[in-house]
Design a protein around this ligand. Structure first.
Ligand SMILES: Nc1ncnc2c1ncn2[C@@H]1O[C@H](COP(=O)(O)OP(=O)(O)OP(=O)(O)O)[C@@H](O)[C@H]1O
Ligand SMILES: [Mg+2]
Length: 254
């Protein structure tokens, strides 16, 4: 059964887009057919991370919801941007292009996910959601099979994640899992994992350290005019974070 997985967080900047792009690439490298819906209209990180030129995006899911294009024209093939050949397939589906008005019939959204899955013959649909609990974020979460909540060890995240879990429960999400990201160096990762599991009574799929190499990735991608991807797991396949993310990808699709 194809899975819809939303990657969400209470606060911006926890690492959702990095994690989404890397998990998608791991799955596609393993032969799966994956699409990423990028919900961020203002800073399209997924596009940046894969080194996709601005002009490569012509249509969005929002255009489809307004009846302006077919579902197949919302998907951009990302395989050619990745430096190593992928056994499977990874697509980007932008939720909206810059300056578009997002005001659609929510009941159509769930159908559009199904249509994407069927048309692109997807195994996994990953949704890089908008952070927080504002209205724009909720429909994507409500229609997902698994919600991945990304948090850092910050007071605001610790409180906010509890709020998100409550709301997601009310939306009827059956499966919620956590990833703790950007954990400062002096923490014991295993202890963090156990502590966070205790607090929220949800599985922590990974406790990932703060890593300078990964921090630099976005900076470099913003500064350089790139024409190919800058996906961490492709560049550093044996790095501990890449190995942990491989486990996350396997668990999410098990
Ligand atoms: N484990 C990590 N160690 C160091 N830096 C990281 C780590 N994970 C992510 N980052 C960096 O944190 C920054 C924010 O990451 P990212 O853009 O993926 O967050 P986001 O949750 O998608 O943000 P937004 O909510 O604004 O879309 C980026 O510069 C990214 O490279
Ligand atoms: Mg993002």
């Amino acid at each position: 059964m194809p899975k819809i997985v939303s990657i969400h967080s209470f606060r911006p900047g926890t690492g959702k887009s990095q994690l989404t792009a890397n998990i998608a690439t791991i799955l596609a490298a393993a032969g799966q057919r994956v699409a990423i819906i990028d919900s961020d209209v203002h800073s399209p990180s997924i596009q940046w991370l894969f080194g996709l030129p601005e002009g490569a995006i012509t249509h969005s899911l929002n255009d489809f919801l307004w009846g302006k294009c077919g579902i197949e024209s919302t998907a951009v093939n990302l395989n050619p941007t990745v430096r190593h050949p992928l056994k499977g397939q990874v697509y980007l589906v932008p939720f909206a292009t810059r300056n578009s008005t997002i005001d659609y019939d929510i009941s159509l959204l769930s159908d559009s996910f199904e249509l994407l899955i069927n048309t692109l013959r997807l195994d996994v649909l990953l949704i890089d959601t908008q952070p927080g609990v504002q209205f724009a974020a909720l429909p994507s979460i409500a229609f997902s099979d698994i919600q991945v909540l990304v948090l850092q060890l910050r007071e605001q995240d610790l409180q906010g994640t509890g709020v998100v879990i409550d709301i997601s429960e009310q939306l009827g999400i059956s499966e919620m899992v956590l990833i703790v990201n950007q954990i400062p160096e002096h923490y014991n990762l295993r202890e963090v994992q156990q502590k966070i599991e205790q607090i929220y009574q949800r599985p922590v799929l990974a406790a990932l350290p703060y890593d300078e190499l990964l921090a630099d990735y976005n900076q470099a991608s913003l500064l350089l005019e790139r024409t190919s991807s800058n996906i961490f797991v492709v560049e550093h396949p044996d790095h501990p974070i890449s190995l942990l993310l491989t486990n996350v990808a396997a668990t999410l699709t098990a």
